[in-house]
Design a protein around this ligand. Structure first.
Ligand code: ATP
Ligand code: PRP
Ligand code: MG
Length: 327
């Protein structure tokens, strides 16, 4: 039985469960439940503090976990990040009162409050800055300056609203950029290697989530196209092998279906309309299996779980049929 850790609260919890539901897994309906057995999929989920997840996974009690890249870096747990999940995006940054106008060098001799002391100490050492003290706080770090516990902070910044509300501004480059990731253990010499069943179950789980991550980046585009401009239209929505092109019952017209990057879809629709295409509609995708080399995920990250021999590939006709637009 595959055992997977999921954030039980905080910024990552809701989105992690939503992504798991989109991938077909059952999720808890009561936030007091700390585990849930999804019998149909052979997975047991454990709802844990995201900060602790890398530790459980590295020790081997849990097979995989969803947590933040920054939390993984802060912990000394030995894990591999095997898939980026595209949510929980943040930057970990130094900040100080706007009125001070400090640079990073001004942190020398100052008290710095943070929930990530290990990352801060490592960054200060790397920049050869000798702070007076690094003070560990669990949260609400932005208020520590007003309360005179610290002179500056290092904290997670997403929209920047919390900093602004407290009269603070980020200083220097981000210490770290972060997003939610799936972690796998980096097996130690004294640990049992995964059984064949667990290796396969891990692969299946990661591929399902990868399908959701991928689907969120694309939309399905359908349109009717005058045959005389079909070649130009196909260039605008090229797909992987090629888009699906089917005859319409109207002479001189074809129907085209292709996946297009969500970030580009409005430009693509404008270009198709300018060409004389019509009936251009988009539909959202919940999940898919159409991941190709270079599209992120396991293949692009170190320490990836190797796929079992029978893993699907982009030569699979089911994948080729989807007409994934490569732009
Ligand atoms: N405002 C935010 N936007 C996006 N991601 C965030 C935000 N705040 C924290 N994170 C990310 O969430 C993870 C931290 O999760 P955690 O649950 O420990 O913190 P939290 O969301 O601050 O919850 P808590 O309130 O319990 O401290 C980190 O990976 C962090 O980068
Ligand atoms: O840049 P923003 O969009 O404003 O988000 C950043 C804030 O979000 C998180 O706090 P959270 O709400 O988790 O509270 P906490 O400080 O108690 O952890 C983080 O620690 C920052 O305080
Ligand atoms: Mg927080």
């Amino acid at each position: 039985m595959l055992r997977v850790a999921v954030p039980n609260k905080g910024s990552l919890a809701e989105e992690a469960s939503r992504m798991l539901r989109d991938a077909g897994y059952r999720q808890r309906s009561d936030s007091r439940d700390l585990s849930l057995h999804d019998r149909n999929n052979g997975v047991q989920f454990f709802y844990l503090r995201p900060k602790d997840i890398a530790t459980y996974v590295s020790e081997g009690q849990l097979h995989l976990g969803i947590t933040g890249h920054d939390l993984t870096e802060e912990s000394s747990a030995s894990v591999n990040e095997v898939l980026k999940l595209g949510f929980g995006n943040s930057a970990f940054r130094y900040a100080a009162p706007i009125a001070k106008g400090w640079t990073v060098q001004d942190l020398a001799g100052k008290r710095i409050a943070t929930s990530f002391p290990r990352l801060v100490r490592a960054n200060l050492a790397q920049q050869r800055i000798s702070a007076k003290d690094v003070i560990r706080l669990d949260g609400a770090v932005e208020v520590s300056i007003e309360l005179e516990v610290a002179d500056a902070i290092a904290d997670v910044v997403s929209t920047g609203r919390t900093l602004a509300q407290h009269g603070l501004e980020p200083i220097g480059d981000p210490i770290l950029e972060s997003e939610a990731v799936i972690v796998d253990r980096n097996a130690k010499f004294d640990q049992q290697p995964d059984s064949v069943d667990i290796t396969k179950a891990k692969y299946r789980f990661i591929e399902r989530l990868r399908g959701v991550v991928f689907a969120r980046q694309y939309v399905m585009l359908d349109y009717d196209c005058p045959q005389v401009v079909q070649d130009e239209a196909v260039q605008i929505t090229p797909g992987v092998q090629s888009p699906t092109v089917a005859p319409l019952s109207l002479d001189g017209w074809v129907a085209v279906r292709s996946m297009v990057r969500r970030s580009r879809v409005n430009d693509v629709m404008d270009e198709l309309a300018d060409l004389g295409c019509t009936g251009i509609v988009t539909s959202s995708l919940q999940s898919c299996r159409a991941v190709l080399p270079g599209h992120g995920g396991v293949s692009s990250m170190p320490g990836a779980t190797p796929p079992p021999a029978e893993s699907p590939s982009s030569s699979d006709p089911a994948v080729a049929r989807m007409g994934v637009a490569g732009r």
